[in-house]
Design a protein around this ligand. Structure first.
Ligand code: PNS
Length: 167
C-alpha cells in the first residue's frame, strides 16, 4: 500500500490545492493532507481552522482515501511516522521550482527512502495562491471559482472579525 503525504500551510485551502489532492488520491492508496507550521509565515487561520476547512472540502469532494492531519517539525520525520513513502507537491510556475527543488533535495538527504513527487498544477490555477486569495478578499474583491464556497464564507467571516478588532 502506498501512502502519500501532501504537506502545506493551506491558509486557506484553494481550488488549486484541491486539484492536486484529488489527483493524488487517484494515484496513491492513501493520502494524508498534512498542515505544517511554516515559521516564515503568519497564518490568517489557526491550524484547527485550516484542518476543519480541509475536512469539509475533502468530504464534499467525497475523497474517501484522504485524511487530514497536522504536524510540527520536519515533514520527512512526519512522513516516516505515518509510514508514507511519498511526499506530493504541486508545482505552479517556474518561481516555485527553485524552492521546491531545494526542499526535495534536502528531504532526500535527510530521508533517502522517501520520494518527492511533483504534480504540475492545472492550467487554470497556475497563478493561484492562498496569499493572493487573502489579498483579493481583504480589498473587497471576489475570488469566486478560486476557493470552495465554504472557504469563501470562512474568509469573509475572518476578515469581518479582523475589521471589527482593528476598528
Ligand atoms: O504551503 P507552504 O507554506 O509551502 O508549506 C510549507 C510547509 C509548512 C509544509 C513546509 O515549510 C514544512 O514542511 N516545514 C517543516 C520543516 C521542513 O520539513 N522543511 C523542509 C526540509 S528543510
Amino acid at each position: 500500500m502506498t501512502i502519500a503525504i501532501c504537506p502545506g500551510s493551506f491558509d486557506p485551502v484553494t481550488n488549486g490545492h484541491l486539484d492536486i489532492i484529488q489527483r493524488a488520491a487517484e494515484i496513491f492508496d492513501q493520502v494524508i493532507v498534512a498542515v505544517g507550521h511554516n515559521p516564515g509565515k503568519t497564518p490568517l487561520f489557526t491550524v484547527e481552522e485550516r484542518m476543519a476547512l480541509l475536512e469539509r472540502v475533502i468530504g464534499e469532494a467525497r475523497l474517501t482515501n484522504v485524511r487530514v492531519d497536522h504536524f510540527h517539525g520536519l515533514q520527512v520525520e512526519y512522513a516516516r511516522a505515518q509510514k508514507a513513502q511519498v511526499i506530493v507537491k504541486g508545482l505552479r510556475a517556474l518561481s516555485d521550482f527553485e524552492y521546491e527543488f531545494q526542499m526535495a533535495l534536502t528531504n532526500k538527504k535527510l530521508a533517502p527512502e522517501i520520494e518527492t513527487v511533483f504534480m504540475m498544477t492545472a492550467n487554470e490555477y497556475s497563478f493561484l495562491s492562498s496569499s493572493m486569495v487573502k489579498e483579493i478578499v481583504l480589498f473587497g474583491g471576489n475570488p469566486d471559482g478560486l476557493v470552495p464556497p465554504v472557504v469563501l464564507t470562512a474568509l469573509h467571516e475572518k476578515m469581518e472579525k479582523r475589521g471589527r478588532i482593528n476598528g
